[in-house]
Design a protein around this ligand. Sequence first.
Ligand SMILES: Nc1ncnc2c1ncn2[C@@H]1O[C@H](COP(=O)(O)OP(=O)(O)OP(=O)(O)O)[C@@H](O)[C@H]1O
Ligand SMILES: [Mg+2]
Length: 240
Amino acid sequence: MSTLLSLRGVSKRFGGLLAVNGVSMDVAPGELVSIIGPNGAGKTTLFNLLTGQLTPSTGTIALRGAEINRLPPQARARLGFGRTFQIAQTLTTLTALENAMIGGFMHHRDLRGAAARAMAALELVGLQDRAGVKGSLLTLSERRRLEVARALALEPDIVLLDEVMAGLNPTEIGHMVHLVQTLNDGGLTFLVIEHNLKVVRQFSNRVLVLHRGAMLAHGTADEVLSNPAVVEAYVGKSRQ
Ligand SMILES: Nc1ncnc2c1ncn2[C@@H]1O[C@H](COP(=O)(O)OP(=O)(O)OP(=O)(O)O)[C@@H](O)[C@H]1O
Ligand SMILES: [Mg+2]
């Protein structure tokens, strides 16, 4: 198995709290790996370690075999990481197109190139008809898709989605699942933090369970969700 992303013993300490504790995992190109775990398990912190908002206290993160531990977010985006944020980062005074262009500028210095890339990303998420609408006027579902578009405009190799289904109704969740599956079928690699276990079952190649910062289990969705330790730690207290 070739490896796109590799973590070895990755930990993050905030004072007395070990928010991420010795996580090791490999992600192959084209995989869709879900990360589940109770609130405060360290899921978002793990994403922040991957995309450079935080640096690990110990351990190694490598992309295509090259260590990236100390690189800032901009450099990691350039190497192929796209992500969304748990709290949508839509700039409300900018249009959907202008928001997506923030990603488009990563590989295109000129306005026209960035705009074309951003428009292509809006089309991928079905927001092309909303390109000229200000962020403040978009619905939650549209803002979540815009977050994905902004990540896609970076022309990433791996996309990290942090609870992009949260707050959406079942129809909107269905659209988002379809979007992610279509992009994944096209070869894009995904790491997905998701509390909706129906969605996790539906689209994951593999599931990783974080509990108090550490990896409690990993395997197929069926394996993981029937694991008594996971049921005890997570499913019994699930939001579902
Ligand atoms: N910058 C920080 N400084 C101090 N503590 C932090 C910081 N970021 C996160 N934490 C703590 O680290 C732990 C893990 O937080 P994290 O946001 O990664 O959890 P999560 O699994 O994403 O939870 P949720 O499902 O609620 O989003 C929590 O106890 C949180 O309070
Ligand atoms: Mg989180």
